[in-house]
Design a protein around this ligand. Structure first.
Ligand SMILES: N[C@@H](CCC(=O)N[C@@H](CS)C(=O)NCC(=O)O)C(=O)O
Length: 188
């Protein structure tokens, strides 16, 4: 979401929320915006938007950017965002957590299954990217932002990118709007 707002040049304010803190102790305004106490949350014209994929699609559609400029781009955005939520977002976060010192412990069979899922996702990523620069074509769109969310953590998840994915990761890292997670969400 932060990358999408930056790429689109949309002015915004960032509020960092400590998600390691007990949910009930998180800021009251945050809990009011999302009773599930999860990030990300985007407040637009006073309305709270939750779920990263839904937020990205809202940004693209409402501001006609990052794929939202055309019906075809928006269709591509929906396909990529929903694929990411079903696939990449359902193995890399768990693999990353499994590597974190003190993180959740998964049974070895579960980890094998998650790695197998990622291998299939990496093959699908290559198919989706084809010989284009970004998943949306010449320029990145919200689908690229969705996949970047966890694909940036492949090392931390203990898995390798395909050569094609490695090229895309490099191009994503080279974007003018790209920042480190710490720079996107400063602690103040
Ligand atoms: N499917 C949701 C997942 C949201 C989510 O699980 N966020 C995590 C961080 S990645 C969180 O806020 N966890 C805090 C908690 O569960 O207390 C999305 O894509 O936005």
């Amino acid at each position: 979401m932060a990358l999408a707002l930056g790429l689109a040049g949309l002015a915004h304010r960032v509020h960092r929320v400590d998600i390691w803190a007990v949910p009930a102790t998180r800021p009251a305004a945050f809990l009011a915006a999302n009773p599930a106490a999860e990030v990300p949350v985007l407040i637009l014209d006073g309305a709270a938007h939750v779920q990263s994929g839904a937020i990205l699609l809202e940004i693209a559609g409402r501001f006609a950017c990052l794929g939202g400029e055309s019906a075809e781009g928006m269709r591509r955005a929906r396909e990529l965002v929903i694929w990411e939520a079903n696939r990449i977002g359902m193995c890399l976060p768990q693999l990353k957590e499994a590597q974190r010192p003190g993180g959740e412990v998964f049974a070895p069979d579960v980890l094998d299954w998650l790695r197998m899922r990622f291998a299939a996702d990496a093959r699908r990523f290559d198919l989706l990217l084809g010989d284009t620069t970004f998943l949306h074509g010449d320029r990145p769109g919200v689908g690229d932002c969705a996949v970047w969310g966890y694909a940036q953590w492949l090392d931390a998840a203990g898995v390798m990118p395909t050569p094609s994915m490695a090229g895309w990761l490099g191009r994503m890292r080279g974007l003018d709007a790209m920042r480190s997670p710490e720079a996107f969400f400063p602690t103040r």
